[in-house]
Design a protein. Structure first.
Length: 275
């Protein structure tokens, strides 16, 4: 499932294609949304925003489309109005004179009125979105310091969208590595200094991944590996999905562990033995 950086980059692509442009044609697959094809015809899309792992498409007037890709949903855009060549099931298509956006395979699509957005069951439960333009470092460290989460194990907490939204499996391992944190403990067991390192890593790596199209590794390491003709998978991350490879920082072997049925990736030398 895409994580926050990928969702926000998708929102950027949709804004580039749709924002401020009059809808010339609109298609909804689900019967309960069919009436909106005529209601929104001739209206403009005023903007697209990510909310955690969901997407909000704002239309001129009172309506907002909520969509969540779940595991299989994906947005695609084209400039010529032609539908992409794919075997996926088309759920939504939005056309204007300059281009088109197509939503495939998504199972959750709802039409809301603008005042209802904050009351939506999914959005209501979200913690601060680390990549939202209005989210600050103080918002993020406030979550790490909150009494609400202090008894939660860090590895589980980082995947809880009610804690900080937009973090998924790769960002989780990368954040803990970059902060130099042993992932074994509950939040209350970390020192103030470690909490600050986690908050800074959360902001820095989420924004780095957004800016680079998915790379969390240090730019200097990335450039050095590129000069050696390394593959994308070799230089993209510090530790995520790099089991039995050498740590880019210290040269020790990266290991994997299972927690809550999902893998985390760690360098014991960088995250444990020095702490």
């Amino acid at each position: 499932m895409p994580e926050g950086p990928e969702i926000w980059r998708t929102a950027d692509a949709l804004n580039e294609t749709l924002k401020g442009k009059e809808i010339t044609d609109l298609f909804f697959k689900f019967d309960e949304l069919k009436d909106y094809e005529s209601k929104l015809a001739g209206k403009k899309v005023t903007g697209v925003e990510a909310r955690g792992k969901a997407m909000l498409t704002f239309f001129e007037g009172e309506y907002v489309m909520y969509s969540h890709n779940q595991l299989y949903g994906i947005w695609k855009t084209t400039k010529n109005g032609h539908e992409p060549d794919t075997n996926r099931s088309l759920r939504v298509a939005i056309h204007n004179r300059d281009g088109s956006a197509f939503l495939y395979s998504a199972s959750q699509i709802e039409m809301l009125k603008k005042p209802q957005v904050g009351e939506h069951s999914y959005i209501q439960k979200l913690g601060p979105d680390v990549l939202h333009p209005e989210t600050t470092y103080e918002d993020i460290i406030g979550q790490y310091r909150s009494e609400t989460f202090k008894n939660r194990k860090l590895t589980t907490l980082l995947l809880d969208q009610g804690f900080i939204s937009g973090i998924g499996n790769y960002l989780r391992s990368e954040i803990m590595f970059y902060a130099g944190i042993d992932p074994s403990y509950k939040l209350r067991e970390y020192s103030d200094e470690e909490i600050e390192k986690l908050a800074k890593a959360t902001v820095k790596l989420s924004r780095r991944s957004y800016d680079t199209g998915g790379i969390t590794n240090d730019p200097s390491i990335v450039e050095a590996l590129k000069r050696e003709n390394a593959e994308w998978s070799d230089y993209r991350h510090f530790v995520y999905n790099r089991t039995d490879d050498r740590c880019h920082k210290c040269g020790q072997i990266v290991e994997e562990e299972k927690t809550g049925g999902r893998k985390i990736y760690i360098c014991r030398n960088c995250q444990m033995e020095q702490n």
